[in-house]
Design a binder for this molecule. Structure first.
Ligand code: ATP
Length: 252
């Protein structure tokens, strides 16, 4: 009898091995090894300049890297292969600090655009999906509004709906509340928390430590371009092992 294995059970959704990235002579990622399982919520923390954003940008192909292997859903990221990169971008959603909505389109059109252009989804279907997603982020009634008529928190929730419209396997969030007024942070974090509870695989770069503690399955502390320490949030925040993490946490 041959033993059948289920590849989706054995291969991490995101698999990063020996990743090195340089800007000129400045090595920003110095050999990252990190595996993210399906449905896992991983928060990445660390000082400014430790390479957190660069790591996320490598995962969705926005940045080239010089060494290492990065696979998503078992497919290796090949920056020079446009077909492979198109597939990757469908599997990996990303939300940035700035919302980057198209100002001349309505909220609904912003959410419908990529599925129609990239996935060739018929307009009626794209509309139905956009309506569902906007309802999911609590903005059903804003479908025909322009982005400028929305608060920053609402615009970020539209950006989340737009990323979800491509049905990504994993969603990368890069400091999604950093550009918001403090009173608008909570509504966006709540949407992200809901996604986590619904089983979305998430990688979040965040400075919101309470949030990281609450939603993460695992927290990764980056320091000088390396994964310096990682573990479950209780252990990492309450019993940091390295002086660098102790220092980082005590400076907050
Ligand atoms: N496009 C670029 N060109 C040259 N250097 C860059 C570029 N982007 C980032 N860097 C450098 O790479 C290093 C890591 O930057 P990165 O933005 O990944 O850090 P970070 O941990 O996300 O910081 P922050 O918390 O401030 O966003 C920094 O030294 C930064 O100056």
């Amino acid at each position: 009898m041959t033993l059948q294995t289920n590849p989706s059970k054995t291969i991490p959704l995101v698999d990063i091995r020996g990743l090195r990235k340089r800007y000129g002579t400045n090595e920003v990622l110095k050999g990252i090894d990190l595996q993210i399982e399906r449905r896992e919520v991983v928060c990445i923390i660390g000082k400014s300049g430790s390479g957190k954003s660069t790591l996320l940008r490598c995962i969705n192909g926005l940045e080239e890297f010089q060494e290492g292997v990065l696979t998503v859903h078992g497919q290796a990221l090949k920056i020079n292969d446009p077909h492979a990169m198109r597939e990757l971008r469908q599997n990996v959603g990303m939300i940035f600090q700035s919302f980057n909505l198209f100002p001349h389109l309505t909220v609904g059109q912003n959410v419908m655009l990529a599925p129609m252009l990239v996935k060739a989804l018929p307009k009626a279907e794209a509309r139905r999906r956009a309506e569902q997603l906007l309802a999911r982020v609590g903005l059903a009634e804003k479908f025909d509004h322009r982005p400028e008529q929305l608060s920053g928190g609402q615009q970020q929730r539209v950006a989340i709906a737009r990323a979800l419209a491509m049905d990504p396997e994993v969603l990368l969030c890069d400091e999604v509340t950093s550009a918001l007024d403090p009173e608008l942070v909570g509504e966006v974090l709540q949407v992200v928390e809901d996604l986590a509870e619904q089983g979305m695989t998430l990688m979040l770069v965040t400075h919101e430590m309470n949030f990281a503690r609450k939603v993460s399955d695992r927290v990764v502390f980056m320091h000088q371009g390396k994964v310096h320490e990682m573990g479950p949030p209780e252990a990492l925040f309450s019993r940091p092992k390295t002086p660098e993490l102790q220092q980082f946490l005590s400076a907050l």
